[in-house]
Design a protein around this ligand. Sequence first.
Ligand code: F6R
Length: 594
Amino acid sequence: MCGIFGYIGSQQACPLLIQGLERLEYRGYDSAGVCVKDIDLQVVKQEGRVGDLKQLPSVSKLKGTLGIAHTRWATHGAPVKKNAHPHLSKSFAIVHNGIVENHGTLRLMLEQEGFEFVSDTDSEVLAHLIEHVYAGDVVSAVSQALSLVEGAVGLAVLSQEYDSIVVARRGSPMIIGVGKDELFISSDAAAVLPHTRSVVYLKEGQIALLSRSGYEVVDASSGVSVHPEVERISWTLEHIEKGGYPHFMLKEIFEQPRTIAEALRGRLTDKGVQLSVDVSGVERIVIVACGTSWHSGLIGKYLIERLARVPVEVDYASEFRYREPVLSPKDLVVVISQSGETADTLAALRLAKRVGAKTLGLVNVVGSTIAREVDSGIFLRAGPEIGVASTKAFTSQVACLSLLALKLREDKGMPIARFAAELLSLPEKVSSVLELSESIKKLAEEFVSEKNFLYLGRGTNFPLALEGALKLKEISYIHAEGYPAAEMKHGPIALIDEHMPVFFIATKDSSYEKVVSNMQEVRSRGGRIVALVSSVDAEVSKLADHIIVVPYASEELSVVVNAIPLQLFAYHVANLKGLDVDKPRNLAKSVTVE
Ligand code: F6R
């Protein structure tokens, strides 16, 4: 995810900027850049690592005691030098975190005014927009520019004219580090911590002007000065990198209200579903993926077939690539991959392209090989996923597949308002499920010594049962299997006894009664039951040993809400066992071999 760092003081800025960027590396990025102000604004940027940037001779030549810097995690435009920040206009340099949703309209307007763009980013719009509205006061110009911008903005601006940095926060964090006769800025406390523990957290809608004599903060909409409190950071660096969570996996689980909202941001509007995907003439969809991404693909099948009535096949990429699949140009092959580098998924994509099928990628890492090779794409916008076990990418995949289903439905002239509203309500529901973390931890204590687990669900909650079982096995090393609940009696029921706990996903939907009957079958064979429900009734209370209650969500989308307790359960079991949650044995985050 992008990171911002800046400095104004009496020391040479460049080494501090590079150090700041190094502190932001853990967030994940694909290019980096710095701007130091001496007489002019001098920019050096580069795709790749901060270490590569540091080695450039032009970097060592940067002299000046004032500067801003950025690590970019691509969202709009490939991770190449021209798209790296800082971006320049005639008299400003900017670094930006977030997404300018209306960048297309603003770009067009600015081009008509004679501004020339050199990058493919949404962020460059901000540099030219500030230049466009500037009338001698940088803070006013930033404030006015922001009033024209839709989307999330964490921003730092250097001007040619003044020795100052202007920073703004709207939907993306920004911190001022207060040192002795020097000031730092960053989007992340981790980068400020080596210099000072005294910080000001800018609040939503605030803009600050940092100069050699101190800082002033104003409320952007009213222009009124505010006097924010200087707070002391008591956390260690490691704490901050993980946002105060003990593991990246837990941090990423807790990020989901925001990452789901990000996946939907600007893509569901009054005008319908906004995706740059051509689905005209598509007669069949073939989804290809591996692991957790394959599970989201299975959920996608339910969603697309149910909402849009388009037939969908789902295949493991490793099988698809070797089974000589029957494909035609009327097929849309959807490849799903968090990393965008999974070898089997990439090979499947290339095969689909060879036979002339249209391809679409649902990928998290912009600039990854799959993202570059697909005909069109829907980026997951989940931010870097560092924990090896996929969590937030999974729910973003389901959110993006839901958008695709709605797009196909809309194309057929069917109404989408109810599903759209349901989708948009997910971040709030997920937030409330996260509050169950401590009670799920208590539940995990009871099951920490188990050797086996069965997960059962129906409809979209069947693939979620597979995902719940995968989460548990990969990080806790407890053997776990997922099944459609009704399949249990065709074999797995033989395993049921007091040593085979069963996790039922039994939220209210059209198959609820049937799932409760399956619970009965387990109960009468001495099995122990954990039931995930959206309301507690007498029957479930009688059958289940433990009940987890989540908010009700529609049959199509309950899977997103239900995923959270399964992730938390796996996390707490593995953590209680003292295992390396973020790096489970034998697993790699990106599987680039077949
Ligand atoms: C499990 C997990 C893996 C990945 C699989 C595909 O938690 O993360 O099963 O889902 O290796 O990876 P991507 O999505 O990067 O193609």
